[in-house]
Design a protein around this ligand. Sequence first.
Ligand code: GDD
Ligand code: MG
Length: 359
Amino acid sequence: MQAVILVGGEGTRLRPLTYGTPKPMVPLFGVPFLERTIVRLREAGVNEVILAAGYLPQAIIDHFGDGSTVGLRVTYVLEKAPLGTAGALRNVADRLTGAFFVLNGDVLTSLDLRAMLAYHNDKGGEGVIHAIRVDDPSAFGCLVHDGTGRIARFVEKPPRAEAPTDEINAGTYLLERSVLDRIPSGRAVSIERETFPELLAAGGRLYAYTTDDYWLDVGRPEQYVQAHSDVLDGKLVLPSSHHASSGTVFAVPSPQAPPNLHPPAFVGAGVTIDPSAVVGPYAIVGDGCRIGAGAHVRNSILWDGVAIEAGAQVSDAILASNVTVGKGAIVRAGAVIGHDASIAAGRVLEPQARIAAGD
Ligand code: GDD
Ligand code: MG
């Protein structure tokens, strides 16, 4: 079984994190997000993953190579200019031998891929789209289907008041090769705005596979933070095989946690925390971070090598690799700081600040 993962997006909504790190390589508990997705595919019986990439692909290639470290074959097809979500599939058509999975690269879910395959074999259509119910469908593709699951309409990102349903495209497809024949080559094509609507209008059969699995698109800062708190809260259990990181999860309660570490929290390898600093709850501290005397870090995600100097306060923020927060500085309320940036001593960031190196 083969799977194509769409990882060519620029990750605009996660900037400045994605200036230096492509969205699929953004860490979840110290492990690149995409690694967990690939392990999940392997555990479902997929033996080849084709990565349709384009934006900062080298970081992805350097990490996964031929796939031997993740236990399946990984190949890459790079787009010189983005081909869109369907154009990217058309671009890999000559590598696909039968029905195949397609995954949006930024989705965190507990979906059972084998059960979805069985559903597809039962329905016998051209494809199946995983569907989830959400409160606000306006940021997603809406799926209108009948009682048998057969999809009548696909409406991408409707205004909230016009959304025809609360069931949305959850970004995992199982498609027959015949779908590829419907995608024009040589230009950018959107599967959501062109291919699916056109296939349905032509009488093609697509089915919704609606589940109540854990599901989150981590492509925005709030959701990226939520993914971590959901795991710490036990709403999503990451299988132990997905814990490739050498860090430690401190659940609630954690009798072994030092008194200044307030669970739930995650602490990577080689971290130094001053005894007078306070870390947690909901702190994710990457490998090699240093937290100085009297500093506070809570409800925040620190990638590797971040330095929080004495008396600094970090709350509700995301700090990419090697960020330095100077003495007494305050980083708060939705701030997102790009890799290698320095926050000067005493500086107080505005809520929702976006700071890249050199700012
Ligand atoms: N190779 C390639 N080329 N990949 C692309 C391209 C491209 O031109 N454009 C986007 N992608 C990848 C992104 O990297 C991401 O993994 C995936 O396609 C979806 O793109 P997003 O930019 O994250 O789309 P979205 O979140 O706004 O909406 C999509 O996902 C929703 C579920 O999370 C749509 O598929 C919606 O219908 C869906 O509900
Ligand atoms: Mg997305």
